[in-house]
Design a protein around this ligand. Structure first.
Ligand SMILES: *Cc1c(COP(=O)(O)O)cnc(C)c1O
Length: 362
């Protein structure tokens, strides 16, 4: 299949909603399928551009073409979001510093701390509720890692402002765009060098595939990210690539519907007597709340739901929730009773009825 940064037949002025549907399709020749098929292959007949299964796969390429079109760069697909993060962190020269929000995804922070413990790099964890915290820590740093909104504190930073300031200090700017998605925020257009996603979440959207992707603004960075995929062997399966692409086609409708449910849930929760604190950045499909009764009440509520699934992860069509501090690795600055809710696309009346009955167990 022909590869290009931006599918040749598509205009670059298309909206994200349209690109999600139209990018990454096979050429329009008679009898060609509308979707790039699943290609399970560990090796290919020699002499072409693919050669071996760890180097490339047409089904990955379809996903990469869609995400690349949506984010405005060149995408590399990985086996998971954390595999994408690991590849991006491999861009950091030995011994140099990485600035990261203390409430970035806990796997990302764990990866950075492990690298720091082994002397590979220095990690500077900052509180992004303080203005310019990322920028103030960026002197001599090789990379500024932005996650906005953060998971699960839902803190938001100004990506354009942070990227501009970090770049004048010579740092590579990376944005984990998992929560916002390119529908809300396109970090490369805001000055970032690399975008990372856990495609496991909203991009794939159906809780049935682990996948990650990194998108580079320039060719040199793209080549490195592709090289690290080969060297680390962090390759997705062809089935996962197919599922992720298929999920991505409906990103806009899923996102709009789930966001609408999330906004309504925020209003209802904020008015509920058992609920102390509701956090929501004003957009997106994830919110948090704390029951008045703290950690014990949060445990009771999240295990009393019948429709809402008590489960980790987020971004699927079904609403899930969990008490985040049930995880050892969760920072202790996250309250004991904080419940993270990933809002799905169910009918709102059913959703609220279940949340309300669960809150009665607080
Ligand atoms: C889940 C998540 C990751 C890690 O992705 P996996 O696909 O689970 O490896 C990274 N960043 C954020 C913001 C996430 O929510």
């Amino acid at each position: 299949m022909a590869r290009s940064d931006h599918p040749q037949h598509l205009s670059s002025s298309l909206t994200p909603e349209t690109l999600a549907v139209a990018a990454g399709r096979p050429d329009r020749t008679p009898d060609s399928p509308l979707n790039v098929p699943i290609t399970p292959a560990s090796t290919y007949v020699a002499g072409g551009s693919l050669e071996y299964g760890r180097y490339g796969n047409p089904t990955w390429e379809a996903f990469e073409d869609v995400v690349g079109a949506l984010e405005g760069g060149r995408a590399v697909m990985y086996a998971s979001g954390l595999a994408a993060a690991a590849a991006v962190l491999s861009l950091v020269p030995s011994g140099r510093a990485v600035v990261v929000p203390r409430h970035a995804y806990n796997g990302t922070v764990a990866l950075l701390r492990d690298a720091a413990r082994r002397g590979h790099l220095e990690v500077r964890e900052v509180d992004v509720t303080q203005p310019r915290a990322l920028v103030d820590a960026a002197d001599d740093a090789a990379m500024v890692w932005i996650e906005s909104p953060t998971n699960p504190a839902l803190e938001v930073v100004d990506v354009a402002e942070t990227a501009a300031a970090a770049r004048t200090r010579g740092a590579l700017v990376v944005v984990d765009n998992t929560f916002a998605t390119p529908l809300v925020q396109q970090p490369l257009a805001l000055g970032a060098d690399v975008v990372v996603h856990s495609a496991t979440k909203l991009l794939a959207g159906h809780s049935d595939a682990l996948a990650g992707v990194a998108v580079a603004a320039d060719d040199a960075t793209y080549e490195l990210l592709e090289t690290y995929r080969r060297l680390h062997g962090a390759t997705p399966g062809a089935l996962e690539a197919y599922l992720a692409t298929r999920g991505l086609r409906t990103l806009a409708v899923r996102f709009e519907r789930a966001q609408d449910n999330a906004r309504r849930l925020v209003e209802r929760l904020a008015a509920h007597p058992e609920v102390a604190d509701v956090r929501y950045p004003g957009f997106g499909t994830v919110l948090t709340f704390e029951p008045v009764g703290g950690g014990v009440a949060a445990h009771r509520v999240t295990t009393a739901s019948r429709l809402v699934v008590c489960a980790t992860s987020l971004g699927g069509v079904e609403t899930t929730w969990e008490r985040r501090r049930r995880w050892e690795g969760e920072p202790h600055t996250i309250p004991e009773g904080l419940v993270r809710v990933s809002v799905g696309i169910e009918g709102f009346a059913d959703l609220w009825a279940d949340v309300e009955q669960a809150l009665a167990h607080a």
